[in-house]
Design a protein around this ligand. Structure first.
Ligand SMILES: Nc1nc2c(ncn2[C@@H]2O[C@H](COP(=O)(O)OP(=O)(O)OP(=O)(O)O)[C@@H](O)[C@H]2O)c(=O)[nH]1
Ligand SMILES: [Mg+2]
Length: 314
């Protein structure tokens, strides 16, 4: 993704408002008056983090760190939020990765994978729009040959992004389409190829095999391809995202994670355990359905937004 767009922090904050509202209310209740931090309030804090789906391990680590700094001291709501944001930001700092297809080899081939409805097609569309707006020559490949409406949905995004579009009738072989498209992209000097795939339940081996086949055939054209395999995870499924990461990571291989729909849940904290459990970094986050609602993952900004604080101080 390009540099953060104007107003992106506001979008992030708006997107994460359900999570931050849940956390904020709890913090306000727990720390209504400035008073020394005691064990009872620490426990409430930890409970709140678990409720926001940060997971027991992160919640415990963050609480411990917080206790080490503040136990017995007078703390108010604002200080709690600042300290919490810092602790969450530190938890995530090493788990971030850049998604930058225009500085890689050409054509840069990106494969989108994930379960049904996680946001693959939408994320692909948003990325395509960003890339074409920066002048890149982009090809979109409708590798979801499984679901009838999938091609039309993607075509809408391709038109919106003014990207070229490759598709075949429903039921066609996705791997053959991917092969021919990549071959064409190489011959015609494309900068980026974005390959959509059919949503799959992680327990349906047939569809997993199809993904492996797509990867196998494009490697014949470029042994380093796909240069990026983005696993798209829906934040609203909560801790189920952890299982998905595990299965796709092991069976297919993942180079980066996109977490979508952070705007659709009060449990956006789930990004934290996913980031920690995953071998691959979080690269992008989705905070809405619109074309500008995809952002590079910025751990500090995420942490501040999640607890309801304003922009990262310069
Ligand atoms: N609120 C919100 N909705 C999103 C976000 N990303 C995607 N969606 C919506 O989630 C729904 C599913 O998104 P798709 O992009 O079709 O998901 P998919 O993974 O391609 O789904 P399949 O092709 O069925 O596997 C759509 O209604 C999207 O608009 C997001 O960040 N926030
Ligand atoms: Mg789709």
């Amino acid at each position: 993704m390009s540099e953060p767009k104007k107003g992106w922090f506001q979008r992030l904050t708006a997107g994460l408002s359900r999570t931050s509202k849940a956390m904020g209310e709890q913090i306000t209740q727990t720390f209504v008056q400035k008073a020394p931090l005691d064990q009872a309030r620490l426990e409430e804090l930890e409970e709140m983090l678990i409720e926001a789906d940060l997971g027991p391990h992160s919640a415990a680590r963050i609480t411990e760190r917080f206790a080490a700094e503040k136990f017995g001291k007078d703390v108010d709501e604002a200080e709690i939020k600042e300290a919490l944001a810092e602790a969450i930001g530190d938890e995530l700092a090493a788990r971030v990765g850049a998604f930058d297809p225009l500085s890689g080899p050409r054509p840069y081939i990106v494969l989108f994978i994930g379960v049904n409805g996680s946001g693959k097609t939408t994320t692909l569309g948003k990325i395509a729009a960003d890339l074409t707006s920066r002048g890149a020559k982009v090809m979109i490949v409708a590798g979801d040959t499984f679901r009838a409406a999938a091609v039309e949905q993607l075509k809408v995004w391709a038109d919106r992004a003014k990207a070229d579009f490759e598709s075949r009738p429903t039921g066609s072989d996705a791997a053959a389409l991917a092969f021919d498209s990549v071959e064409k992209a190489k011959a015609q000097g494309y900068d980026v190829v974005l390959i959509d795939t059919a949503g799959r339940l992680q327990n349906k081996q047939g569809l997993m095999d199809e993904l492996l086949k797509i990867i196998r055939v494009i490697k014949r054209l470029d042994p380093d391809a796909p240069h990026e395999t983005l696993l798209v995870l829906d934040a609203t499924v909560g801790r189920n995202a952890l299982a998905q990461e595990n299965i796709f990571g092991n069976q297919i291989g993942v180079s980066g994670i996109v977490m979508t729909k952070l705007d659709g849940t009060a449990r956006g904290g789930v990004l934290v355990p996913v980031a920690q459990a995953s071998d691959s970094p979080i690269k992008l986050i989705g905070v809405g359905e619109g074309i500008d609602d995809l952002q590079p993952f910025d751990p500090r900004a995420f942490a501040r937004s999640v607890v309801g604080l304003s922009e990262v101080p310069q």
